[in-house]
Ligand binder design. Structure first.
Ligand code: ADP
Ligand code: MG
Length: 257
């Protein structure tokens, strides 16, 4: 088998760089000398060297795609599953979250509801699961309900493969907005996946939407193919504070929550 180092000089470098630019193989172009050195030092076969070059290009393209996906998604913070302490939140089944992390539910256009009181990690998990979806190439968008823009761009919100709506229920819907939300859910039904976080239980959603009939119609679609994670327990923030002595007892905890 021919060795990579023997062919290194076969073509003028500037011509090669020109072609790599034209083919948009910019990672190979930018690291050409280093990569070729590496191939020569490891005494790689041509096939091995080509594999290494392609791997470098694929890694850069993946990284770009993920960065782009993350900036389009507009996550409010950077959170990963690796940073989530399951021991701190025993009401969550780690197996279910690991299953959700495969993004199969996104492919299927399912719904995930993350329910629970403030501070228990709903947004953290929503962002982390959204990130997993982006890693797998699914277009993802996050909107906080409090942004009050759900009604603005129905077509825009109907598009992404995964729509994350954070903190449903902190603000009540106005009558018109509840109808628009119903339209959004209908359009996405069985096509786009939706992840919702809420501090209200599903039973309280009639109050959130201000209309029991609309709420039922929305829930009917959302719950049809759904995975519900109900988180019980103390706020992670307050737990951390309590550990550091800032909040002493449960009275303070209750008052702060
Ligand atoms: P929620 O959306 O339920 O109100 P957040 O997801 O915003 O709560 O969590 C509050 C803060 O605590 C965030 O900084 C989050 O990363 C952190 N947090 C919550 N639960 C955990 C956990 N189990 N492990 C690690 N960090 C957590
Ligand atoms: Mg939150």
């Amino acid at each position: 088998m021919a060795r990579a180092k023997k062919t290194e000089q076969a073509m003028p470098v500037d011509e090669l760089e020109g072609m790599l630019t034209r083919l948009k193989l910019t990672a190979i172009r930018d690291q050409l000398d280093t990569l070729l050195d590496q191939a020569a030092r490891a005494d790689m076969t041509l096939r091995e060297a080509l594999t290494m070059l392609c791997a470098a290009e694929v890694a850069r393209k993946d990284e770009r795609r993920i960065q782009m996906g993350m900036s389009i998604a507009k996550f409010p913070c950077v959170r990963m599953l690796e940073g989530f302490e399951f021991e701190a939140q025993p009401s969550i089944d780690p197996k279910l979250v690991r299953e959700l992390a495969t993004s199969r539910w996104v492919a299927n256009g399912d719904t995930v509801l993350l329910l629970g009181p403030p501070g228990v990690g709903k947004t953290h998990l929503a962002v982390a699961l959204g990130r997993e979806a982006i890693l797998r190439g699914y277009s993802t968008l996050l909107r906080a309900h409090a942004e009050g823009r759900l009604e603005e761009k129905l077509t825009h919100l109907a598009k992404p493969k995964l729509l994350v709506i954070d903190e449903l229920g902190y603000l009540p819907f106005e009558a018109n907005a509840a109808h628009l939300f119903f339209q959004l859910v209908s359009r996405r039904y069985e096509r786009g996946a939706t992840l919702l976080t809420s501090n209200r239980s599903v039973a309280e959603w009639g109050g959130v939407f201000g209309d029991a009939v609309v709420a039922t119609a929305i829930l009917d679609r959302l719950l049809h193919h759904s995975h519900v994670v109900t988180i019980r327990g103390d706020s992670y923030r307050l737990k951390a504070k309590r550990k550091s002595g800032l909040v002493r007892d449960n009275t303070a905890l209750a008052a702060a929550t």
